[in-house]
Design a binder for this molecule. Structure first.
Ligand code: ADP
Length: 519
């Protein structure tokens, strides 16, 4: 029995009513968190880019500053007429790094660039031959008429310049220059690196923390091809915020998943319990009916016999037959119920013994023969000449076979033919019961092994049953490390096959020396 569409819809609505707001809230929280992350990242990137440009500019200003300090000397020496010696002296005493001053006539500067910075002309050019990787940086002195009266400068190795002046630029020049806002920046625990064209680090202030928000700004002038990379340092609040937000995001997603899974489980559990409750109610009424009908028939037959209300010995046999068949059915039903109760309570104890399945099956069919004959069934038996033995509880397996035969009888219409086959297949002994009855739809082939389940087909109301037989057979087979399989074509018939593991320690048994059922 399945849940009514109305109850199922109500349950689904309840599940959706619980899950949807939770998911919406989680989704909203995720969105808000992502927006916060994005906004923090955007601001950090903007700030890092700005700081990178400031640092690059600070290096250019530092170079200019150092060059300008040379011009005073040049000025004086221009008057004295010996600029080169004094420039050399001035630069040497100030301890600057240089390879010697160079006089560069302005007119001889093909391919050199001229850069105006803070009103001063700065000349720089790539070094050649002996000064590869270096730039000549110098200042030109002109008189009022624009004539060059002197020049001073030196070859700068940008890599060395940047490395050597890094700390000074960051800690002295930037904090003291109001244009660079350096004092403020450095308190924000930024990581600042100067990189060469290959990305190799020349100097660094603090380890970078989160590189996703880092920005690399190009340098100019003699520092062309060098870059300043600014990132947040590992202990900066941005990194902590990022970690916290990532954790929060993971937490929200995990909570959302937990809610969905809990609701899905709750939904399935409730549906199952309600279905089970319905099935149990059906089971009680089925069993009541199952018990009452044979008892009524037996009572009627007994009364008829007691009062001798039969006219011939054949009629007497008929009533005795009714008593026998109905007693058999009652026995089977009661056994099913008792077995079921035992297995449900976990008290299903099986007595295993070596079993010759052929004998067991033949006995089971024989015990049902009167009923089969009475209902006009033709039974075909296919027993092999030899068969491996199996270890099983003979009573339980007989019970399984009787249940399959009972179903084959109950669910057949006009085609009253049953085939019982015993054989072996890859380490299994198999018992198959095939009928030509109503068959089972593919979608129902799993469900029929659940307890209390009876399919809602045309016969279920005409045919007696408690919905316990196949569930019991399935449980018994599992306890034997075996299984039950079903093959069926709706409208044409079904074959149920029991598979029991072969007892590998026992010899094969020949047809002639059939062992009794169980030893
Ligand atoms: P019951 O026969 O008492 O209803 P079972 O557990 O033996 O309970 O079977 C469960 C259901 O499986 C039956 O109600 C029936 O719908 C279906 N079924 C079982 N055996 C057959 C069969 N041989 N042919 C068609 N349907 C079957």
């Amino acid at each position: 029995m399945t849940l009514s569409p109305f109850r199922r819809r109500a349950l689904t609505l309840a599940a959706v009513a619980v899950a949807l707001p939770a998911l919406l809230l989680a989704g909203l929280a995720v969105l808000l968190t992502l927006r916060v992350v994005q906004s923090v990242e955007r601001d950090t990137i903007r700030y890092n880019s700005y700081l990178g440009q400031q640092v690059a500019e600070a290096f250019e200003l530092e170079l200019m500053g150092q060059l300008r300090s040379a011009i005073g000397t040049a000025d004086k020496l221009a008057r004295d007429g010996d600029p080169l010696a004094d420039i050399t002296h001035a630069l040497a005493t100030e301890g600057r790094d240089f390879n010697g001053p160079h006089f560069v006539p302005v007119d001889d500067l093909p391919g050199y660039s001229l850069l105006m910075a803070e009103g001063q002309p700065l000349v720089y050019a790539p070094g050649e031959a002996s000064h590869r990787e270096q730039y000549f940086c110098g200042l030109l002195l002109r008189d009022g008429d624009g004539a060059v009266i002197g020049a001073g400068g030196w070859w700068v190795d940008p890599r060395r310049f940047l490395g050597k002046n890094f700390d000074y630029v960051l800690h002295e020049r930037m904090p003291t220059n109001p244009r660079l806002y350096g004092g403020i920046e450095l308190t924000r625990r930024a990581s600042i690196e100067v990189l060469d064209a290959h990305g190799q680090r020349i100097a660094r202030l603090r380890e970078p923390g989160d590189l996703r928000t880092s920005r690399t700004e190009p340098m100019q002038g003699p520092f062309e091809n060098f870059n300043v990379r600014v990132a947040v340092s590992p202990d900066s609040p941005v990194v902590w915020t990022g970690r916290f937000l990532a954790f929060e995001l993971a937490f929200i997603i995990a909570m959302g998943l937990v809610v969905v899974i809990a609701v899905a489980f709750g939904y399935r559990y409730t549906v199952r319990q309600l279905e089970l409750a319905g099935l149990k109610a059906g089971f009680v009424s089925n069993v009541t009916h199952e018990l009452k009908t044979p008892i009524a028939m037996i009572r009627l037959a007994v009364e008829t016999l007691e009062m001798r209300r039969f006219s011939s010995p054949e009629e007497e046999d008929k009533f005795l037959g009714i008593i026998s068949r109905e007693t058999q059915r009652l026995t089977q039903l009661v056994e099913n119920i008792l077995d079921f109760a035992r297995l449900e309570a976990g008290r299903g104890v099986f007595k295993f013994a070596r079993v010759d399945v052929r004998t067991l099956v033949a006995d089971a069919v024989e015990s049902l023969q009167p009923r089969l004959d009475h209902l006009g069934f033709r039974v075909e038996m296919d027993l092999p000449e030899s068969l491996p033995t199996t270890r099983a509880d003979p009573t339980a397996i007989t019970h399984c076979v009787l249940n399959l035969l009972d179903n084959a009888i109950k669910y057949s219409r006009q085609q009253r033919e049953i085939r019982v086959m015993v054989g072996q297949r890859e380490g299994w002994v198999e018992i198959a019961v095939a009928d030509r009855g109503i068959g089972i739809a593919p979608g129902d082939r799993k469900r029929i092994f659940e307890k209390f389940v009876r399919l809602e087909n045309g016969l279920v109301h005409d045919v007696r049953g408690a919905g316990l037989g196949l569930s019991l057979v399935d449980q018994i087979m599992r306890a034997h490390h075996g299984r039950i399989e079903v093959n069926s074509t709706p409208g044409e018939g079904s074959t149920f096959t029991l598979l029991l593991p072969v007892d590998r320690d026992a010899p094969e048994q020949e047809a002639e020396e059939q062992a009794p059922t169980g030893t």
